[in-house]
Design a protein around this ligand. Sequence first.
Ligand code: NDP
Length: 281
Amino acid sequence: MTDLFDFAPPPPLYAVMGNPVDHSLSPQIHGMFARQFDMALDYRRVHVDVGGFKQAVDSFRAAGGQGVNVTIPFKIDAWELADRRTERTEAAGAANTLWFKDNLIHADNTDGAGLVRDITANIAFDVAGRRVLIVGAGGAVRGVLGPLLGETPAALAIANRSVDKAEALAQLFAGRARVETTGFEALKGRSFDLVVNGTSASLKGELPPLPQGLFSRGALAYDMMYSREGTPFLHWAAEHGAAQCADGLGMLVEQAAESFYVWHGKRPDTAPVIEKLKWSA
Ligand code: NDP
């Protein structure tokens, strides 16, 4: 006979949804965080067909899912699906973290907090009073603009291939901070203390057409993409005067830590996780 008290409830169910999603390191990262707290956790990868995000979330909730991380290309769908959004998510227009409570879908965007934490805490680069250039104006940049502006840089410019997209992004923050927008050509002769590559060019082995002389003395070059071999942008930056170069692995782990905190109220130690992934990612 089964002892009633032997019954163990299933571990809480979470997932990352995206397309593609096979490459996602999120299950590994959340698994390592959970082990730090001796927590049982069932965290899966869910491949979602384009156009099928709402249905996937509904099915996951019906199966007992408690929260979802969202990656390319569903961050805007996640924002639209949410009943309640945190302030930083409202401004970003894109969400990467959902959870279900009181029959409502709640949304957060932890990408910006992840980037800022990696730059300011892990790399120990102070953004306050610095001239910042963000290259790219897609979903990832939408999420990080507000938190970066919160660090009070002296100036922040967005350069994008399609300048109208950069202008639309800057408009989101009109009245709160002055965000300059520019094409690549107009960057000639200018220099910045922090240059963040938020384009997807590195994913295709490409480099945005950036001019020489872009990095001021002591500048940090940061690529949101991560790769053990380095990225085209970081190789270029190292050859063109950046004092420090960093890829987006730290951002990935820090945004996950922020999601973990939002879901479970516990702040994991990110340093050993970043270190482990550096050698295995
Ligand atoms: P989007 O598709 O939304 O945006 C792509 C951006 O890249 C656009 O601004 C586009 O310009 C620009 N772009 C693409 N190719 C080129 C090129 N060859 N030259 C110049 N500009 C180019 O992508 P996301 O914003 O979602 O992602 C951007 C990057 O950020 C990806 O590499 C992704 O992996 C990374 N990322 C990393 C995270 C982390 O945790 N480390 C989290 C989220 C994203 P245009 O508008 O003119 O088309």
